[in-house]
Design a binder for this molecule. Structure first.
Ligand SMILES: [Zn+2]
Length: 439
């Protein structure tokens, strides 16, 4: 049974999300961003105001701060649930936006601003939820650890990865976690709405391709030109169509979409599947197979000199269990004289779409949206889940949000005119309250 949400559960979520957006927490990949510590101070004050003890912590410098709190549950024998969000955002160029990205103005029923969907919406929901409980004297069924983290947008080195390495005691007894990127709605037709629950995350293999050749004068014959070889390799990798990788999440996703729409979809025909999904296909399309995109090129130093070496950077992403295939496919594409080197590796994640926690998500969604069906999906990027999974925590992306059908949610992640409907946030609060109190 999913509990009825508290009457005032969504009374302050809009105000808190707006406050957080107004604190510019742009992460430039170094300590130059001014905002994370200010946002952490804001969160700390909001928790202390309602009597929730918390720790505002520093990671690698005084500028990189976050807030952690443990809310005691009614059953201390049960393992704890972590609910986490990141406080930083990617920078925004105000000139590109319809409204000031750090003013959090409300237009057409939506809050506009950087972080409206990634992820001050989620931060605001977590904060508003525990404040409402504190005011009503509600204890969750088990210990809830909440964490508002720095540095997710630059790889979490000064955030969750640092915390997992240096402050693991904060997550003592935690077996499951929810955070970004999931729980948002995708309306396929009037009476079919999917809620995408993140159960898997692609792994990262950033690599360098290095071509070796014979250096020489640009006016001579040269059939061992490093630039030519590199160009062949880059074109081959960039144009390669990777095979569909049927992970459990991809299989469950296809089945759930087929069931919800009544249209038989098959993994054999990914084009038909993607056509059914609309704009979100941009995200989902990248989660059905490995990918590798050339992103940087480096060769030569003078117009009439053939260099002895040329290199390219490749952003490779693999589905859980398909890492070896990615490497094998790339190496098979390389002509003689071109070598592959590893630059950055990140693990892939996958958790089962079943069990008490998933049941609680599904029941909470259905109670608030009779046309809603939760479906599992894979995120193509990386999140703080990569760090927390190192502690053996099963990580899900679930911060529920009801979105208007015409809103292209995927375009707003790190995009311009990021915005979130206030009614969607209020819906999300009701689902969150039901979900966490029955988790
Ligand atoms: Zn994010």
């Amino acid at each position: 049974m999913t509990p009825e949400p508290l009457a005032d559960i969504s009374s302050e979520v809009v105000e808190i999300v707006r406050d957080l957006i107004k604190i510019d927490t742009s992460n430039y990949g170094d300590d130059s961003g001014p905002g994370e510590a200010l946002a952490a101070e804001y969160v700390e004050a909001k928790l202390l105001e309602v009597g929730i003890a918390c720790e505002r912590y520093e990671t690698t410098s005084g500028k990189r701060q976050g807030v952690n709190a443990r809310i005691e549950g009614t059953d201390p024998s049960r393992p704890a649930l972590l609910i986490h969000g990141h406080l930083d955002v990617v920078p925004a160029q105000a000139a590109d936006w319809t409204y000031d990205p750090f003013a959090a103005e409300i237009h057409d029923g939506m809050i506009w601003g950087r972080g409206a969907v990634d992820m001050k919406d989620g931060d605001g929901m977590i904060l508003a939820l525990v404040r409402a409980w504190a005011r009503a004297g509600i204890k969750p069924p088990r210990d809830i650890v909440i964490d508002f983290l720095p540095d997710e947008e630059a790889g979490s080195i000064h955030g969750s990865h640092w915390l997992v390495d240096n402050r693991p005691e904060l997550y003592q007894g935690v077996t499951e976690a929810v955070g970004e990127v999931g729980g948002f709605s995708l309306t396929l037709q009037e009476d079919v709405r999917l809620y995408l629950v993140q159960t898997a995350e692609k792994g990262i293999r950033w690599m360098k391709l290095r071509a070796e050749g014979t250096a020489g004068h640009g006016s001579f014959l040269n059939n061992d030109n490093a630039v030519t070889k590199l160009a062949q390799a880059v074109a081959a990798v960039g144009e390669h169509k990777f095979d569909l990788a049927l992970t459990p999440t991809v299989r469950d996703f296809i089945k759930a979409v087929s069931d919800a729409t009544g249209v038989e979809l098959s993994a054999e025909d990914p084009e038909a599947l993607l056509a059914k999904l609309g704009p979100i296909a941009r995200i989902i399309g990248a989660t059905l197979s490995n990918t590798a995109n050339p992103t940087m090129l480096n060769a030569g130093y003078k117009h009439n000199v053939i260099p002895g070496e040329a290199s390219a950077m490749i952003d490779g992403r693999f589905l859980p269990g398909f890492e070896d295939e990615l490497i094998k496919d790339i190496e098979n594409l390389l002509p003689a004289g071109v070598y592959r080197e590893d630059v950055v590796n990140g693990i892939a994640l996958e958790v089962p779409f079943e069990g008490k926690l998933v049941d609680a998500m599904a029941a909470a969604i259905r109670a608030e949206d009779p046309f809603g069906t939760p479906v599992p999906y894979t995120v193509s990027g990386g999140t703080d889940a990569k760090a927390f999974s190192e502690l053996g925590i099963a990580c899900y992306g679930f911060l529920p949000l009801l979105l208007p059908p015409e809103l292209d949610f995927s375009a707003m992640f790190h995009g311009v005119d990021e915005r979130v409907p206030t009614s969607g946030l209020e819906f999300g609060m009701r689902v969150m309250d039901r979900f966490v109190r029955s988790s």
